[in-house]
Design a protein around this ligand. Structure first.
Ligand SMILES: [Zn+2]
Length: 151
């Protein structure tokens, strides 16, 4: 896998189906910027442009994207900035920090939603029970069908 350091850019109306490595595609029409993850993993990074999402600047020669690109959902977990068509890699952020950040987020959410959430032991309703046994039945049907194909 090759880490990109310099990106080319293309202004397009529609984002092409096959993205070239090391190229950043800007669709002003759809307010979207797409590029392949700069680590070389091949994942496509879609950054919507809006006042609350990403902003792209074009100085006539090069492209900058703000804020940074944090691909936490990809295996590579890469984090970088695109400034003047150059990729600036974040060297400081380790996997441990990412996990603790996620944990914080989880804690915050469970604190926030905790009050209203139902306890699964006490508040289970008849409907819940029914839908659970439906699912089980569907699963059993699936296996028996599979078995009948084999026999
Ligand atoms: Zn990657």
């Amino acid at each position: 896998m090759k880490r990109e350091t310099v990106l080319k850019h293309e202004f397009v109306e529609y984002i092409p189906n096959h993205l070239k490595e090391g190229t950043i595609y800007i669709s002003v029409t759809f307010g979207t910027v797409v590029h392949k993850c700069c680590c070389g993993c091949g994942n496509e990074v879609i950054t919507p442009l809006s006042p609350t999402d990403w902003k792209v600047t074009f100085d006539g020669e090069s492209i900058s994207l703000y804020p940074s690109i944090g691909n936490w959902n990809f295996d590579c977990k890469s984090h970088y900035w695109i400034k003047n068509s150059r990729v600036e890699w974040d060297k400081k952020r380790s996997g441990k920090e990412i996990n603790s950040g996620r944990h914080q987020d989880y804690l915050y959410k469970s604190k926030y939603y905790g009050k209203n959430s139902l306890s699964p032991d006490k508040d289970i309703t008849a409907n819940d029970r029914a839908s659970k046994s439906d699912k089980l039945e569907a699963k059993n049907n699936f296996w028996s069908r599979l078995r009948s194909w084999w026999c």
